[in-house]
Design a protein around this ligand. Structure first.
Ligand code: JB2
Length: 210
């Protein structure tokens, strides 16, 4: 099995470890984390902070998965690793449904119970979280996160780095702008501009994002 390292040792890393183990494709060497109080996570050893990465590359370990929920931090780490010569691996639960007609990018994490339907596009470093639904022809741009139980109907576009909160719902054909946040439980009935936070039923803007 090909060796892989996980970046981050928090809650999301626990889930990514579980998925990678159930895929039976990768041998997880360990995880890195800034916090040196870690020893192990779900039986996977702590390797040190990210300063150890060049030494791992020297040893021929090239595959990585960034297991951190924060979209901006995940984007930064993803780019740093790719630029350094590492190769992003996707962690796709065997208990998710991913259509053969969907297009899945690099470093994508798809959790158990999620559905990615026909002709959807999931770009690099996106999280499709537990029990969420991305229906036909949706496009989820890089570094976005679809939180647990969020439902995207057909032809929805989610911009780079956007976050759709738990249980939110989006009607067909809507565009969610890059780096915007949709609050948990919101129902999105009209397009959402970039860099705003919207909440409620129907979802309304409550803040701009810096
Ligand atoms: O630059 C870094 C870095 N910055 C923070 N490099 C590495 N290797 N690790 C870094 N970290 C580490 O990421 C922190 O020290 C911390 O251990 C970890 C983030 O863990 P936390 O549990 O705070 O968040 P998470 O990203 O694992 O989970 C969030 O996102 C998930 C999708 C939570 O909101 C979860 O509830 C959610 N399911």
């Amino acid at each position: 099995m090909e060796k892989i390292i996980i970046i981050g040792g928090g809650g999301h890393a626990k889930v990514v470890i579980d998925i990678l183990q159930s895929m039976e494709t990768y041998d997880i060497v360990g995880f890195t984390d800034n916090d040196d109080q870690h020893l192990s996570l779900c039986g996977i050893p702590y390797l040190g902070n990210d300063a150890i990465l060049p030494a791992l590359l020297e040893k021929g370990i090239t595959k990585f998965c960034v297991a951190i929920g924060d979209n901006r931090l995940r984007k930064k780490l993803f780019h740093n690793l790719v630029t350094s010569g590492f190769k992003p691996a996707s962690a796709i639960s065997p208990f998710a449904y991913v259509s053969h007609h969907a297009k899945i990018g690099r470093g994508v994490v798809i959790l158990p119970g999620a559905v990615v339907n026909s002709c959807a596009t999931i770009e690099d470093n996106v999280i499709i979280n537990t029990l969420s639904g991305v229906d036909h022809d949706c496009i989820i741009y890089s570094h976005a996160h679809i939180a647990p139980g969020a439902s995207l109907t057909g032809n929805v576009t989610v911009g780079e780095g956007a976050f759709l909160g738990a249980g939110s719902k989006v009607i067909p054909g809507i565009e969610v702008g890059e780096w915007s946040i949709i609050g948990a439980g919101s129902v999105v009935l009209s397009n959402v501009p970039p860099n705003v936070t919207v909440v409620g039923v129907p979802a309304n803007k409550i803040a701009n994002r810096g």
